[in-house]
Design a binder for this molecule. Structure first.
Ligand code: XMP
Length: 510
């Protein structure tokens, strides 16, 4: 199968490039920018993409790849930092822009014969850069520009080296997919043959070979990702997978009981249920820092998995439902992206555990995981469940987590979910959840002054959680939700609505 390799220079969008390429049915892999040329050759890619990145090519210790990549005689496309790198390595010049450019811009096409074939003369693009190419290397032409960036697209058609200053992988670049498709099919002559059925077959085969007759424990969180992981493992190794579902006291109301039944009766998974809510709440006492909370919860999960594994005996592997955005956003294991949040299920296992890690979904996006779930027989209701973070309600209770606060938030969460489902919009939303704020505000109820908690509502649309837009909820629905919350949850007297996109905000508040 034809393969394209993306060298990761640390852009938050690197995985989006991979995703768009997969949407075009070409197999893509992301590797660190400093992969050696011999490794790269071994991997035998049919084309290369150089990602964007937060650094400047002219800075000391900037991430640079070997110039040798240009002698591989395969097509290369540089995106943003990737374009600047091509210019820098081949004798052009890159400088700080007079004005940083962030957001929408209009691209004016000068020559649309190759990379920009079929693109309108003036097309909307998404820019995010602080540097610009001020002179381009010999052998190149400039095929498009914007008002602030005269050298926005360069092409060396003889050597098949291309660079774009904007981000074709981001949806805001209206014709971005067409540009990528030109690079894949017109320029690189790749075949569109990658799909999820072959992915699933390969991964099952791979797990079978790796695990052999060994025992695997699989951490279930109640979400789609870990459930799909458990189903894949069952298919690969049958009864040698032991799924473990821990009640950390930070789940939605009645979630533990509901899911245990679902796992056992509907999905026929062998599940060990562990009630550990008191341990989690005890350890979170007095803790306010989001990162501390995440770390404490992550460590407790590991501790409990360890205890359970001891009871099972001879466990060699640990499987979890890490997906691609988890990996990238937590810390780029494949490149130099900066840390946003540490996800409890990313970052490897503590060194004292000699389990080998199995993460079959590590390269997949959420909608791809859902598609695999369908192939494995998961029902639509389960597949469409909104994502729920591993640290659960702890990262939706700002400040200290107490049992009382968890109860309040669970009740509010139930009301919000009921109303969203009743309004028929649950499936079109990525997530809809409340956040309990650590402040109280004054209100008036039945002529009495009240002083109670404030709830924020976060309702967003997204394709993969990497970017998200706040949902413009109909006012009558907002009214209904707000009234029900303050009427039915007596500890709350004010509801506010979060109207921030990601970026610049994240979806969860912590
Ligand atoms: P953020 O808040 O980073 O969230 O914009 C992106 C998506 O990831 C979910 N999320 C998590 N999922 N473990 C998980 O399994 C975690 O620690 C975690 N933190 C955030 C979040 O709900 C959103 O869908």
């Amino acid at each position: 199968m034809d393969k394209i390799i993306i060298l990761d220079f640390g852009s938050q969008y690197t995985q989006l490039i991979a995703r768009r390429i997969r949407e075009l049915k070409v197999y893509s892999e992301i590797v660190p920018y400093n992969i050696t040329i011999s490794e790269l050759k071994k991997s035998n890619p049919k084309a290369l993409i150089l990602s964007g990145g937060p650094r400047s090519v002219y800075e000391e210790n900037a991430p640079l790849c070997s110039k040798e990549i240009f002698n591989l005689n395969i097509p290369i496309l540089g995106i943003c930092y990737g374009l600047q790198l091509i210019a820098h390595l081949l004798g052009g010049k890159v400088k700080p822009a007079e004005k940083r450019e962030y957001g929408f811009a209009k691209l004016n096409i000068i020559d649309n014969k190759e990379l920009l074939s079929g693109i309108r003369n003036e097309t909307q693009i998404w820019m995010s850069h602080g540097d610009v190419v001020v002179s381009y290397p010999r052998g190149f032409i400039v095929s498009a520009s914007t008002l602030n960036t005269p050298i926005a697209v360069i092409e060396n058609r003889e050597r098949k080296i291309y660079g774009v200053q904007f981000h074709p992988e981001v949806k805001h670049t209206i014709e971005g997919k067409k540009i990528l498709s030109n690079f894949l099919f017109k320029i690189s002559n790749l075949k569109a043959e990658w799909n999820l059925t072959s992915f699933l077959e390969n991964i099952i085969e791979k797990i079978k070979n790796e695990v052999n007759n060994g025992k695997v424990i699989c951490g279930l969180s109640g979400g789609v990702d870990s459930t799909v992981t458990a189903l894949i493992l069952r298919k690969a190794i049958g009864d040698n997978v032991y799924s473990i579902f821990i009640d950390n006291g930070l789940l939605r109301e009645n979630e533990f009981q509901y899911l245990m039944r679902k796992f056992r009766e509907k999905l026929h998974l062998k599940v060990i249920g562990v009630n550990a809510s008191h341990i989690f709440l005890k350890n979170l006492k007095g803790v306010k820092s989001p990162e501390r909370k995440r770390k404490i919860i992550g460590n407790l999960f590991i501790k409990i998995f360890k205890e359970e594994a001891k009871k099972i005996g001879n466990v060699e592997f640990f499987a979890q439902g890490t997906t691609y955005p988890d990996v990238i956003e937590s810390r780029s294991v494949k490149g130099p992206s900066s840390v946003i949040k540490s996800h409890h299920n990313v970052g490897g296992l503590p060194p004292d555990l000699d389990w080998k890690l199995i993460e079959p979904l590590k390269e997949l996006f959420k909608d791809e995981v859902r598609e695999i779930g369908r192939k494995l027989g998961l029902d639509e209701e389960f597949i469409n469940r909104h994502p729920f973070p591993g640290p659960g309600l702890a990262v939706r209770i700002i400040g200290e987590v107490t049992r009382k606060r968890v109860k309040i938030l669970q009740r509010v969460d139930k009301i919000l979910t009921e109303e969203i489902k009743k309004a028929g919009i649950y499936n079109k939303l990525w997530q809809a959840f409340p956040i309990l704020l650590p402040i109280k505000s004054v209100g008036v109820m039945g002529d009495e002054r009240t002083y109670k908690y404030v709830i924020a509502l976060r309702v967003v649309e997204s394709i993969d959680g990497m970017t998200a837009s706040w949902y413009p909820m109909p006012h009558n629905l907002m009214q209904e939700i707000s009234s029900r919350i303050v009427n039915e949850v007596k500890e709350v007297n004010r509801v506010v609505y979060d109207i921030t996109n990601k970026p610049p905000a994240t979806i969860e508040w912590e």
